[in-house]
Design a protein around this ligand. Structure first.
Ligand code: CA
Length: 451
């Protein structure tokens, strides 16, 4: 596709266009659309004026023109060219593919620290009171965090590095969680979601949170492709050892030539935008669970049906979730974090939650502070100067066995989590963290005995 920007229709385009432009690339980049199309422009010109004047989509001469809205009406035009046969991902050299996903992973990690400081600070502001501006900023930060999570997830799936944490869980509980995730969108769009799933009797061995996010992504896709207020039906059909979860909408449907591509990473469409990773990640997660995911649609305008097939577990063996008990005594939290902004944001947040907090930027200082501060809980960054968080925990524990450690880190590999578990950490939290979850965790840990 191309973008024709501004009054002058300055041309920008994406990689997919390069093949079609052949040797004219890159010299036509930044030129004006009429120059690019030469004599053909005479057939296109009127359509362009219609897009601008009426702010509508127009088909002309094999091109699909879509208005791009700015502060002053239509500021540009998106021009979708007829589909060229695209180079398949499979034709990409494995080393290129690997480099691409390593790069995505690197970007994701680098974005986490600044996001973490922002996210924590926003959560503190929200504790103090709400305002429309604050709500907008929080939404944006959450959106950014989700994009970063998606980038990291897709690169992990592509590199075979995504690990599931399976427990036995009822399908209904997973779908409840999925509905919770999409509630803001459902409310915003006035969508009516009908969930017809037995409350019990369909246990599966699954990574509940991941699978819930998968169903949330499928629901999000269905909602975004439906009209406002349109119904969506979620049904579970158990047959023998299998259960099929069907998410059916009456929305825009999918053209037959697009069906094969909807699960590709970075496959976007005009209706939803975004990075186009939701369904690609969904497929990766479902397949890691040994299941399948398919989308059916009779064509554009006929709605679509997404079917996830999973294996049922033998019988339910469901633990009850632990409910944290609030205490009135102020716990003492030692926070060790070398990133200044993250440290300050988290310290503020913890104080807002009512904890007594001491801060250290590296291991030696933390060892000193711990001597007089006598913390109950130590929140540790792992990547620290002088000694890493695990080493610091080991040294602190040499003095007292009554300390509890929680990793708060950008290091999200399974091996990192394992190292934290092996080091006796109560939890390994990935930045940016959810304050509510941290609070529940800290509340659930016992205090040390003081004489
Ligand atoms: Ca660090």
């Amino acid at each position: 596709m191309q973008v024709w920007w501004g009054e002058q229709l300055v041309v920008f385009y994406n990689d997919a266009c390069i093949a079609g432009l052949a040797e004219r690339h890159p010299s036509v980049l930044g030129r004006h659309a009429p120059e690019l199309f030469g004599e053909r422009w005479s057939t296109i010109r009127d359509a362009v004026e219609r897009v601008r004047a009426d702010a509508i989509e127009v088909e002309v001469d094999g091109l699909h023109l879509v208005p791009i809205f700015g502060d002053h009406g239509v500021d540009g035009i998106l021009c979708a060219l007829p589909e060229e046969p695209e180079p398949e991902d499979a034709l990409e050299a494995p080393s290129d593919r690997r480099a691409k996903h390593d790069f995505l992973s690197l970007i994701g990690h680098e974005l986490r620290n600044p996001l973490s400081a922002l996210s924590t600070t926003m959560q503190v502001f929200e504790l103090r009171g709400s305002s429309p501006e604050l709500a907008l900023m929080s939404r944006s930060v959450r959106h950014l965090s989700r994009l970063v999570d998606d980038l990291l997830d897709i690169s992990r799936i592509a590199r075979g590095k995504l690990v599931l944490h399976r427990t036995r869980i009822e399908l209904a509980a997973i779908l409840d969680r999925a509905m919770e995730i999409v509630t803001p969108l459902v409310d915003d769009r006035g969508t009516k979601v009908f969930v017809r799933v037995a409350r019990t009797g369909i246990p599966i061995d699954a990574d509940g949170e991941r699978l819930a996010r998968t169903f949330a992504a499928i629901l999000t896709n269905a909602i975004e492709h439906s009209d406002r207020g349109a119904p969506i039906v979620v049904e579970a059909i158990a047959e023998g050892q299998k259960v099929r979860v069907v998410v059916k909408d009456e929305g825009a449907g999918i053209a037959p030539d697009q069906l094969a591509h909807v699960f590709e990473a970075f496959h976007t469409d005009r209706m939803t935008g975004g990075l186009g990773l939701g369904l690609a990640i969904s497929r990766g997660i479902v397949e890691l669970h040994g299941g399948t995911i398919t989308i059916r649609s009779a064509g554009a305008g006929t709605g679509s049906e997404c079917v996830v097939e999973l294996t049922r577990a033998e019988k339910a063996d469901l633990g009850t979730p632990r409910i944290p008990v609030a205490t009135t005594v102020r716990k003492r939290v030692l926070l060790v974090e070398d990133n200044d902004d993250t440290a300050r944001a988290l310290k503020n947040a913890l104080e807002q939650l009512g904890y007594k907090v001491a801060l250290a930027h590296d291991g030696p200082v933390a060892l000193n502070v711990a001597r007089t501060f006598e913390p109950d809980v130590v929140l540790l960054d792992i990547g620290l100067p002088v000694m890493d968080g695990w080493e610091l925990a080991r040294r602190l524990r040499e003095r007292t066995s009554e300390l509890h450690f929680v990793a708060v880190t950008a290091r999200d590999q399974e091996s990192d989590k394992q190292t934290s578990v092996a080091a006796g950490f109560a939890e390994h939290l990935i930045k940016p963290i959810d304050l509510g979850r941290l609070q529940n965790l800290v509340e659930g840990l016992p205090m040390r005995t003081r004489t």
